[in-house]
Design a protein around this ligand. Structure first.
Ligand code: CA
Length: 428
């Protein structure tokens, strides 16, 4: 067992019940502390751990890490050190904050390394080199197929044979808390042959999980399902905002484009694949059997509870979705094997998103498109208003957590508030 994963360890730092960040989590992110230079950080309870300072104080001295690794705008250099090093850093943190471990003078130095989260600004953790979005939930793909194509043949013939995906846009991925401007674009009104231009009226969220690459390949290389674990550094909550009206008109025949690229929200914390090891579960049975390069051994899905909240500008919010990452038909290992089977190289900092994570029941659907069934079944908000899609002023909050043996590993949150379109650019 990885030392830091030991469920028995208690920290000398007070960790409130239900916290996302017990000593068994120790995720990685990038922050500014009281407006400092950006640096690598972790979290425990309600505190942020300044890893640049931890390194300055020589807690990692035997690991031979340069100062620049931690005084850094992004996690890319840190991740590129490889799992041998990043695992050792996480294990060392587990020792430093272990209530039963006395060889570190961390308690005396805590004023230098721990900061209340209120004094810390979390930044985008990764310099995202490339972004790919998959479409790997069978429930989501079936729902969309029923709505837009043929209810009898909701899945296209390729769907059960390969993890369908497309190359997305990295430049518009923003960290949780960044407002999302309602996009404008071409739409086709119902019963019309002529498109119109305007602000999207069908703005949606997509509940997704992203995984981040920590090890590169060379052009021509292929990563097998067995090797994939070594290439995936960690996971983070991801909202792949979607403008359904723009998407519907533009997507044939090459797939998603401007209906997706106006913004996506990533949570600030990367939860290491190491920390998630205890939460592996079996995925759905794949029938028909997949081609040999997509076969895998062992349990490769992860039991992560997921939740989506719509928080209006005023008044009470509403939980609109309870789903789970374990529902995915195609797992991350298969996605990476498929992505590289043609020899496409991958880089440290690549982000791969799961696709919308829907369960079998309407309360577990991972998008408004499905929850309100294209707007035909609006939901009621606590203040009596209705939502078919996301309104200006609404904040969409994604949360995720694993729970087992009294340990709760949380993902923080990916939240974004929708702000009105730039109307001054609209043609009346
Ligand atoms: Ca998506």
């Amino acid at each position: 067992m990885i030392r830091a994963n030991n469920p028995k360890i208690k920290s000398w730092v007070d960790v409130p019940e239900g916290s996302d960040f017990p000593i068994q989590n120790l995720p990685f992110g990038i922050c500014k502390i009281n407006n400092s230079e950006p640096r690598v950080c972790s979290a425990i309870g309600d505190y942020i751990i300044d890893l640049a300072k931890v390194n300055d104080l020589a807690y990692f001295a035997d690991l031979g890490l340069s100062r620049d690794i931690f005084y850094n705008e992004y996690l890319n250099d840190f991740m590129a050190l490889g799992k041998g090093v990043t695992r050792a850093v996480r294990n060392r943190l587990s020792e430093i904050f272990d209530a039963d471990e006395t060889k570190w003078n961390s308690r005396e130095l805590q004023q230098y390394i721990l900061h209340k989260k209120e004094n810390v600004e979390m930044l985008l953790p990764i310099k995202i080199t490339d972004y790919t979005d998959f479409y790997s939930s069978i429930e989501h793909a079936t729902n969309v197929g029923k709505m837009f194509r043929d209810p009898e043949n909701a899945l296209l013939p390729n769907w059960k044979h390969l993890p369908v995906g497309y190359h997305g846009r990295a430049s518009s991925i923003v960290v949780s808390g960044t407002p999302i401007r309602r996009p404008k674009g071409q739409q086709i009104p119902n019963d019309s042959k002529q498109p119109v231009y305007g602000a999207s009226r069908l703005l949606d969220f997509e509940l997704e999980m992203g995984f981040v690459i920590g090890k590169k390949t060379e052009l021509g290389d292929t990563v097998s399902t067995q090797e994939a674990e070594d290439y995936i550094f960690g996971l983070s909550l991801f909202n792949d905002w979607s403008a359904r009206d723009i998407q519907k008109w533009e997507y044939v025949p090459l797939g998603p484009f401007l209906g997706k690229s106006f913004g996506s929200t990533l949570a600030p914390w990367i939860i290491t694949l190491d920390a998630l090891e205890p939460f592996k579960v079996a995925g759905p049975v794949q029938d028909p059997p997949v081609l040999p390069y997509l076969e895998y051994e062992g349990e490769k899905n992860y039991d992560v509870n997921l939740e989506v909240i719509i928080q209006p500008e005023e008044g009470e919010g509403k939980v609109v979705c309870n789903s789970n990452f374990k529902y995915m038909y195609w797992n991350m290992y298969q996605q990476l094997a498929h992505h590289t089977v043609n020899g496409c190289n991958i880089n440290v900092g690549d982000l791969y998103a799961s696709g919308t994570i829907s369960g079998k029941t309407p309360d577990s659907y991972g998008s408004m498109l499905e929850i309100t069934w294209r707007g035909t079944k609006p939901i009621q908000m606590p203040d009596g208003s209705e939502r078919k899609f996301i309104a200006d002023g609404d904040t969409v909050i994604l949360r995720g957590w694993c729970e087992k043996d009294g340990v709760r590993i949380g993902f923080g949150e990916a939240s974004g508030k929708v702000i009105p379109a730039h109307v001054e650019h609209l043609i009346a």
